[in-house]
Ligand binder design. Sequence first.
Ligand SMILES: Nc1ncnc2c1ncn2[C@@H]1O[C@H](COP(=O)(O)OS(=O)(=O)O)[C@@H](OP(=O)(O)O)[C@H]1O
Ligand SMILES: Nc1ncnc2c1ncn2[C@@H]1O[C@H](COP(=O)(O)OP(=O)(O)O)[C@@H](O)[C@H]1O
Length: 185
Amino acid sequence: MTSPGAPHDKGATVWLTGLPSAGKTTIAYALAGRLRAEGHRVEVLDGDEIREFLSAGLGFSRADRDTNVQRIGFVAQLLAAHGVTVLVPVIAPYADSREAVRKRYQEHGTGYVEVHVATPVEVCSARDVKGLYAKQAAGEISGLTGVDDPYEAPLQPDLRIEAHRSGVEESVAELHALLTERGML
Ligand SMILES: Nc1ncnc2c1ncn2[C@@H]1O[C@H](COP(=O)(O)OS(=O)(=O)O)[C@@H](OP(=O)(O)O)[C@H]1O
Ligand SMILES: Nc1ncnc2c1ncn2[C@@H]1O[C@H](COP(=O)(O)OP(=O)(O)O)[C@@H](O)[C@H]1O
């Protein structure tokens, strides 16, 4: 076990992509808790918080989502390069935008892991944590990812979590094992 902020922490970013209510945030905070308890420096860049501050004023058009994702990728890389394990539960629906983020990490030699939280839309819409699926069905909003807006599922994620089949702790254990195996912790 390492002490908090142990200097040998390499730092990396774990990007959890998936539909609204897939389980991205839940898994990210559960993993963060485990990593903190082990003495690692961890930040969660939560999509909702980022949209209140760093990306205030952005909406959900393709251009705005791309801007949002690139901003988050930029900040996360800075943190990761300084030894922080950065967890990013953000939809990031477009493949080219996610690839641009990955490229930034490759260019800087910073660890990066893409995780697809692959909960089917039927399960997500039954969970409907924020009531968005119901609002879309009622015609109150449009452009909801996975329903009437695109979600380009990763073809080759570093890890695919079937969050409708496995429990949160199981997903956390899988992710922890991957980070350990890749020498990122
Ligand atoms: N139209 C539409 N489509 C998708 N999501 C919507 C929309 N409107 C609001 N929300 C809520 O905003 C959260 C998505 O923000 P993100 O920054 O993760 O999305 S993106 O990567 O910029 O596409 C997302 O959070 P999560 O549910 O945690 O994924 C939604 O709750
Ligand atoms: N195996 C699981 N993994 C993650 N979340 C789960 C799981 N089973 C049920 N849930 C629930 O699904 C919801 C997912 O919401 P959230 O994590 O906010 O999703 P997202 O960040 O992808 O929008 C939470 O209420 C969570 O408790």
